[in-house]
Design a protein around this ligand. Sequence first.
Ligand code: MGD
Ligand code: MGD
Ligand code: MO
Length: 743
Amino acid sequence: MTLADGRVSAVRGDPEDVFSHGFLCPKGVSLAELHDDPDRLRAPLLRTSSGAFETVSWERALAEIHARLSPILSERGRDAVAVYLGNPNAHNLSSMIYGRALLKTLGTRNVYSASTLDQYPKQMAAACMFGTGLSVPVPDVDRCQHLLMLGANPLASNGSLMTAPDMRGRLKALRERGGKLVVIDPRRSRTAQAADEHHYIRPGTDALLLFAMVQVLFAEGLVDMGRLEQLCHGVSEVRELAADFAPQAVADGCGIAAEQIRRLARELAGAPRAAVYGRIGTCTQEFGSLASWLVDVLNALTGNLDREGGAMFTRPAAGSGNTRGEPGRGRGARFHRWGSRVRGLGEIFGELPAACLAEEIDTPGEGQVRALITLAGNPALSAPNAGRLEAALDGLELMVAVDIYVNETTRHADVILPVPSPLERSHYDLALYNFAVRNVANYTPASLPPPAGLPDEWETLLQLISIAAGQGPQDDVSAVDDLVAGEAARRECADRFSAAHGRDPAELLGELVDASGAPRRGPERILDLMLRCGPYGEGFGRRPDGLSLAVLEAALHGVDLGPLEPRLPEVLRTASGCIELAPEPLVADVERLRAARERIAGDGNGLVLVGRRDLRSNNSWMHNLPMLARGPERCTVHVNPIDADRLGLADGAPALVRSRTGEIRLAVELTDSIMPGVVSIPHGWGHDLPGTQLQVAAERPGANSNRLADEELVDAPSGNAVLNGIPVKLTPVATASETLATA
Ligand SMILES: Nc1nc2c(c(=O)[nH]1)N[C@H]1C(S)=C(S)[C@@H](COP(=O)(O)OP(=O)(O)OC[C@H]3O[C@@H](n4cnc5c(=O)[nH]c(N)nc54)[C@H](O)[C@@H]3O)O[C@H]1N2
Ligand SMILES: Nc1nc2c(c(=O)[nH]1)N[C@H]1C(S)=C(S)[C@@H](COP(=O)(O)OP(=O)(O)OC[C@H]3O[C@@H](n4cnc5c(=O)[nH]c(N)nc54)[C@H](O)[C@@H]3O)O[C@H]1N2
Ligand SMILES: [Mo]
């Protein structure tokens, strides 16, 4: 950051950074614009009786929340209050550390997040196979020689559950060292264009393709598990399950020829170091959990799991369930401990599927959600059947948003509590380091001083914790913070595998001081505790050269902890101490796939919708920054010319796209980079709603694709929303209005 007169005048990459080596994403560059955005909120807003927002003091805003939330909690029960956590929480030290404490204090089962619109199928499969939801193998992209990628477009997204700056450079290096990149995607994405080979796949059929590849490995004697063999349970069960899914039995469904499927399997097995990687396209679909599971089944059967250049487990410096407790064994994962009230969808990682949120609000009865707290979330644009959800939000008795904008979601709120900009707060990437392609740790202090009159996000979360606990707002949140930190220290001291085991929690906390000897507070205190007790930590004196926050503070460019290293069996936290290759919750879902096979193969005539991402967009919320908003219109519907001809659609002309749940209007973009029978619309658009305050975004609002996504379609095991492969109909707008006129 270049600072001039207290302002950030330039943002550029740090060439000496141990991980990025100076690479910076356009969205990083735009942080200065985000900081200066006149629409970004700097004071709390309260809805007045006239329905308009009024700027109020923090005392007033918090008192209002206390006065209105407390009776709902005490009279209607804890479950009457729902929470929705959005994606930016995963990139936010404050919420990573205090979010959980808020949920615990609220004690509600109605916890929703963007994770059931995203990666829970992957985390569920990982938890079943390896014992924790964070034990997701990541491709060792810098050393692999063959990368089979499904439903991911890292050249736009920069990679997800595969954390690394400059994915373009890394994939280029893979090919330059003679490696091969194969992409499976219903679109010829930017990544597909940069690959050695690309296959279109019918949306939602990855599990069929992957099962067929498994079948080929067994049928052709290509299974070669090496040292994994004695660590895996269920290999023969997998073989039996796959027998039904030979290439010729799935080819019609996937739209990939049987001979090609055999070749894909042979090349994967034949490569010296290979990894299979699946992301959004394989998760947010009808068979997301099965597809995610089969990705790692393939990695295991080819001996590539946990080996250099294969799919490996990161060893993050803090915050992972697979670096705590007894190495090699644990409680395993438990799911569906409770169900959602209306549809009975199962609990997952302590949450309920976001696809249920609208019905839990709009369906009357015992346990109905009457209040909602959104933390950095925009479900009105992100969750399926946005039309129903928006209507539901209007029916709430109380809605509180912790957010930086008045947008499509927060315009429904009664109180909006803003937070400082990213430049005004410190950061350590507790979440995404879990999936990094190298072991690294980097702490960034705030670039700018705290803004006057705007509490840090963790302080606001502590206020909400205090209100949820019935204590009301605090003049000073220190005492609440001490409670949260004390709890973290107690947990550490009680863990018999922790470096702090047996120590006195109060004494431990006393040692958490900064370089000047002053006691740490807030997220820094708890992060320091986590780092010291983590796998590289100094262990409160046990390993004097180990990590602590002070070490990271002194390392301006980050600390490189080395390339990924094999971690089996120590990484496992399954009850058996083995890899569960055929876990029951996933095996139980195979029947659903088998039953769907005929239907999928016969579905050829209709159109299905998939999404896409753009380098200059970030889900629903960076569209108000002029630097990113420039350039060609991003929110268009991609249509293959073959389909356009059949439907009478012209390039650039408006079309009406309809599904069971709604309809939107947007411009057609003809392209042969999409599979015939498939259309694509990016999510996160539709910024033309009344009451929002997003001046730049409103100039080119686009349309909300999640009006089309059907909340009734979920991946059964995880409850994850199906956001790809949605049946839709397209008509030219002129025809549609004529039809309306004659009707
Ligand atoms: N059709 C379709 N739908 C999708 C997807 C798809 O591919 N297709 N992708 C899904 C995925 S992967 C995701 S992750 C979700 C995202 O879904 P959400 O998390 O619901 O949406 P975001 O667009 O990330 O919204 C972020 C919100 O946080 C606010 N915000 C930004 N920074 C901060 C901050 O520092 N603090 C606070 N308190 N607020 C902040 C923004 O103003 C915005 O309101 O969308 C999902 N929806
Ligand atoms: N620039 C930018 N970067 C981002 C984001 C952003 O909004 N913008 N969002 C961030 C977030 S929250 C996430 S979760 C990650 C996501 O990171 P990625 O998973 O890389 O996300 P996408 O770019 O949406 O790529 C998904 C691909 O799946 C394809 N697809 C759709 N359906 C299917 C299917 O059934 N099978 C197969 N095989 N493919 C299918 C789509 O055509 C698309 O190319 O990106 C992160 N990075
Ligand atoms: Mo995401």
